[in-house]
Design a protein around this ligand. Structure first.
Ligand code: ZN
Length: 126
């Protein structure tokens, strides 16, 4: 019984010398050291932050930058800069508006829509 433990899951013992030895000398020996060794970690590493193909300008909240600018639902021309051509409100991740101003902007756009200063949808034009 104790003898069996050694050869449990082993497949039926393959005759050792049966397999034809792989011809080692057939392939042309790879020239050692000829290949330009890829230097480890030498890849052009990006400098910290976003270094893409092109530099993207830093987004900022217009209303925080310019405190004289006010969000007014009676000013559709200003609000038009924050809606798409399909009359949807642009997300703050696109415009860079901060959360506080995005909230009042959203309210202003919705009020302007009700007052018919802005369109709900471009299809409503006659
Ligand atoms: Zn802001």
């Amino acid at each position: 019984m104790s003898e069996d433990v050694k050869t449990t899951a082993a497949a039926p013992a393959r005759p050792q010398g049966d397999r034809p030895a792989r011809p080692q000398g057939d392939r042309p020996a790879r020239p050692q050291g000829d290949r330009p060794a890829r230097p480890q970690g030498d890849r052009p590493r990006r400098p910290q932050g976003d270094g893409g193909r092109f530099q993207r300008r830093r987004k900022f909240c217009k209303f925080c930058a310019d405190t004289s600018l006010t969000i007014d639902h009676k000013d559709p021309d200003m609000l038009r800069g924050f809606i798409t051509e399909r009359c949807k409100i642009l997300p703050s991740r696109v415009t860079g508006t901060c959360a506080k101003h995005q909230r009042s902007l959203t309210t202003a756009v919705k009020r302007a829509r009700v007052l018919a200063l802005l369109a709900f949808t471009p299809l409503h034009h006659d």
